[in-house]
Design a protein around this ligand. Structure first.
Ligand code: F6P
Length: 352
């Protein structure tokens, strides 16, 4: 009987009181040798997800491991949407945005029933470990599967760069470049009309895109969800000071989790009389061909995932740590916290 077979709809696991095995603590010769894996993408898509799948498929097959693609994230896992992938089938995917496996957000996986059913589907298809490409929410679902005995490997794929265990998430660089190019164009027209352009970038809970794109585009104001802002002091005063210094146009960047561009534009116009226009970049930032950084990170992280699997080093999150690709225990990784230090925001204000 495999670990996962202990559980059923009549014998549901108490997920909170279980802990995934840390295979790093098990001697190499006692670790499982996995011959068949499943791979899925989950949560918001990110440029470079296809490159990650490709790397897992090719490195996996070249290491003698069969790889099954699972469509529609955890939803497809639950429904049994498994199909074996060949190296040829991932040809021409490296440069494509989105995810050819498709993705979904599934609430089912927050329940013990959903977790048990997902693990059972893996048993049906002979999948001995699952590779999950996604963000924190997806990693939690993966960890729950690991808690009931299905080994997992997590690969960070989200434009938000908000996964605590890693310095970098696949898709972040492409999204920032897309936003930067759009904001440069908005600056051209704001400058011609002597306007204020208020641009909302993605980041419901994290301001990494807003902060770095703000630095890269020379924004006057950046608002991020990690730090409270005072409208008069941090926005209106800054713009008025700029005008007094001779500025004739302004760029304000707001992360979607910090404020709404429409509200901020309205408030700026009301308080300063400067014509202000909001733009919401939205899902534009999630599409497009991945940059060199995302293609290489996706490929090298995907290879590292397969190296872990080949060594039976399971239940790991593949991360970038001090600039090098590494891996951490899934339970430990999900305990970590990450935030933007206030000093980083203050530093960006020195450039206005
Ligand atoms: O991919 C991450 C993210 O872009 C967040 O910044 C954003 O809040 C969220 O996804 C929105 O995604 P969706 O519109 O697909 O729910």
């Amino acid at each position: 009987m495999t670990e996962t077979e202990k559980y059923s709809i009549d014998n549901l696991p108490d997920l909170k009181n279980l802990r995934a095995i840390n295979y790093a603590n098990i001697p190499d010769d006692q670790r499982p040798r996995v011959r068949s894996i499943g791979v899925l993408t989950s949560g918001g898509d990110a440029p470079g997800m296809n490159a990650t799948i490709r790397a897992v498929v090719r490195a996996g097959i070249n290491n003698g491991i069969r790889v099954f693609g699972i469509t529609r994230g955890f939803h497809g896992l639950w429904k049994g949407e498994f199909d074996e992938i060949t190296t040829r089938q991932v040809s021409e995917t490296l440069q494509r945005g989105g995810t050819f496996l498709m993705t979904a957000r599934s609430k089912t996986f927050e329940t013990p029933e959903g977790v048990v059913k997902g693990a059972k589907m893996c048993n049906v298809f002979g999948v001995e470990a699952l590779v999950v490409i996604g963000g924190d929410g997806s990693f939690k679902a993966a960890r729950d599967l690991a808690r009931i005995g299905l080994p997992v490997i997590c690969l960070p794929g989200t434009i938000d760069n908000d996964i605590a265990s890693t310095e970098y998430t696949i898709g972040y660089d492409t999204a920032m470049n897309t936003a930067m190019e759009a904001i440069d164009k908005l600056r051209d027209t704001a400058s011609s009309h002597e306007r204020c352009s208020v641009i909302e970038v993605m980041g419901r809970h994290a301001g990494y895109i807003a902060l770095n794109v703000g630095i890269a585009t020379g924004a006057e104001v950046v608002l991020i969800p990690e730090h409270k802002y005072d409208l008069d002091r941090d926005v209106i005063r800054t713009i008025l000071d700029g005008r007094n210094m001779g500025k004739r146009h302004y760029v304000v960047i707001v992360a979607e989790g910090a404020a709404k561009a429409t509200d901020i534009a309205e408030q700026i116009e009301k308080a300063t009389g400067i014509e202000s226009r909001p733009t919401i970049l939205g899902h534009l930032q999630r599409g497009g061909s991945p940059t060199l950084r995302d293609r290489t990170m996706a490929s090298l992280m995907g290879i590292h995932a397969v190296e872990c699997i080949s060594q039976g080093l399971l239940n790991r999150i593949i991360v970038l740590k001090q600039g090098a690709i590494a891996d951490v225990d899934v339970e430990e990784g999900l305990q970590m916290e990450k935030t933007i230090p206030e000093i980083d925001l203050q530093r960006s204000r020195l450039l206005k």
